[in-house]
Design a protein around this ligand. Structure first.
Ligand code: PEP
Length: 248
């Protein structure tokens, strides 16, 4: 079953989310696993509304790297779990760029999430300059190895790697199918080299960046790709339901 992740970013109040989810659920045909990474303020409500739908999970978009205590404004792994999140996005390019999250911080966030029973969606991806200078594999190797440093192989079953080329996010541009497949293979090779052939084969890899109702089904069927991460196109319930129902 494909895994389709929605990243709502800083969109929708709890009131708006309620209307949205009621509509989305009424159209969802249960053909994929839907993971709704909603704002913190919508977590409990979303969990309550999707209750009983085994193929819909609720997730967060960020997590504190600290367990608890003097971190004003931060949200801990335990708080996320208690609010209904089963997973969390870590290393999104917006957090790397705007909030200066580096490999060390991302690694800490992943460890605290896993320790507290949250699955992790790890975002990686190259800039346009890196693509143009043929540095995609090097960039991904560095991002993945830094993020997963110190993790045991058996912990990888709780990690999904989201390949999100930065130049594709919100731009309306996507790589060619063949390029997504090449990168999917590269990611699996990196995991194989760092762990084992089994780990490289079994790690979940999804694609994100300007996925929409027109390209979702095609991208979802790419070789080496287990699903999608959808940003802007998840905000409309009708459109996102269409993406969920055709991404098989
Ligand atoms: C994202 O930012 O994670 C994303 C996939 O955005 P978009 O789909 O809007 O490109």
């Amino acid at each position: 079953m494909k895994k389709i992740i929605a990243n709502f970013k800083m969109n929708k109040t709890a009131t708006e989310m309620k209307q949205y989810l009621i509509k989305l659920i009424s159209k969802f045909e249960d053909k994929c696993e839907a993971v709704l990474c909603v704002p913190y303020t919508c977590l409990s409500l979303a969990k309550f509304i999707v209750d009983g739908h085994d193929n819909i999970k609720v997730g967060a978009q960020n997590i504190s790297e600290e367990e608890e205590g003097k971190c004003t404004g931060e949200i801990s792994a335990r708080m996320l779990k208690d609010s209904g999140a089963s997973c969390v996005i870590v290393g999104h390019s917006e957090r790397r760029a705007k909030f200066k999250e580096n490999g060390k911080i991302i690694n800490k966030k992943i460890k605290v999430a896993l320790k507290n029973g949250l699955e992790v969606i790890l975002c990686v991806g190259e800039t346009l300059a890196e693509r143009n200078t043929l540095k995609v594999a090097d960039t991904l190797r560095e991002q993945i190895s830094e993020a997963l440093k110190g993790l045991y192989e058996n912990e990888l079953e709780n990690i999904t790697i989201a390949y999100e080329p930065i130049w594709a996010i919100g731009s309306g541009k996507t790589p060619l199918v063949k390029d997504i497949e090449i990168v999917g293979k590269i990611i699996r090779k990196i995991v194989t080299e760092d762990y084992s052939a089994k780990a490289g084969e079994e790690i979940k890899v999804v694609y994100g960046g300007s996925v929409n109702t027109k390209n979702a089904a095609t991208i979802c069927r790419c070789k080496y790709i287990d699903g999608l991460l959808v940003g802007g196109a998840c905000l409309d319930a009708d459109g996102f339901a269409q993406i969920l129902n055709t991404s098989i």
